[in-house]
Design a protein around this ligand. Structure first.
Ligand SMILES: C[S@@+](CC[C@H](N)C(=O)[O-])C[C@H]1O[C@@H](n2cnc3c(N)ncnc32)[C@H](O)[C@@H]1O
Length: 221
């Protein structure tokens, strides 16, 4: 299920980031295949938002694809890429099913997108990511952690999503937070090997913010 809060944010000009996230820049350069040219290296981002991560990938010469639920996000990115003469296949859609053949992508990016969907949808999406990733390819999975103040002080719903009342994630709709056991079991059940796994925490001195906590996993097929 797509949460319309993202359309509202993008329509208001919020979260239309211009520059890529540094963790995505590092992931792409560290895990890109060395045995092929960049234009032969296929990169998919799920939930590309403004398009900032794919903008960086396209500028660096990768063959880029993106799926995004927000029509406003898609239109924004398409106009931006066209203005800068950058090529990318940018489509409005959901995270599953993915309309690509098996073993199609070398690299797949999730930067805070799969964490927007409930437990059932995230499992189905991860299965599609696994199917469309090449054997030996890498997927970066970046959901939020149950140690986040927005999770600790929120209300867990039967779907696995949390209704947020406080912390840095207020205003982004319901979020699925993961603890270490759940995330390990989930990715291993789908078939991924964990190549790298980080838990990142920032403790704000601003009392209403509390703790920001997320996972950053690099998963290998
Ligand atoms: C936190 S934003 C991340 C945007 C981008 N990845 C970035 O790093 O700037 C999450 C994105 O996922 C999209 N999204 C959330 N749930 C979705 C779903 N079920 N299907 C497709 N897109 C979805 C939202 O519209 C939003 O653009």
């Amino acid at each position: 299920m797509f949460n319309a809060v993202w359309n509202e944010k993008y329509a208001a000009g919020d979260s239309l980031n211009k520059y890529p996230w540094d963790k995505i820049v590092s992931f792409i350069f560290k895990f890109r295949p060395r045995n092929k040219e960049r234009h032969e290296t296929k990169v998919l981002e799920l939930g590309f938002g403004s398009g900032c991560n794919l903008w960086f990938c396209a500028r660096e010469g990768f063959d880029c694809y993106g799926i995004e639920g927000s029509a406003i996000g898609v239109k924004h990115a398409q106009q931006w890429f066209s203005k800068e003469n950058l090529q990318a296949d940018l489509t409005q859609g959901m995270f599953y099913p993915l309309n690509f053949s098996e073993e199609f992508f070398d690299l797949i990016i999730d930067r805070g997108s799969l964490t927007c969907v409930n437990s059932k949808d995230s499992y189905l999406s991860l299965q599609e990511i696994f199917r469309t990733l090449k054997t030996g390819g890498y997927f970066c999975f970046n959901p939020y952690s149950t140690r986040h103040t927005s999770s600790v002080e929120g209300t867990l719903l039967p779907t696995g999503l949390t209704k947020i009342k406080s912390g840095t994630l207020t205003g982004v709709g319901d979020i699925k937070f993961y603890d270490e056991k759940t995330i390990r079991e989930l990715v291993e059940k789908v078939g991924f090997k964990i190549k790298e796994m980080r838990h990142i925490e920032d403790h704000y001195f601003t009392p209403s913010y509390g703790t920001h906590a997320e996972w950053f996993l690099v998963l290998e097929k």
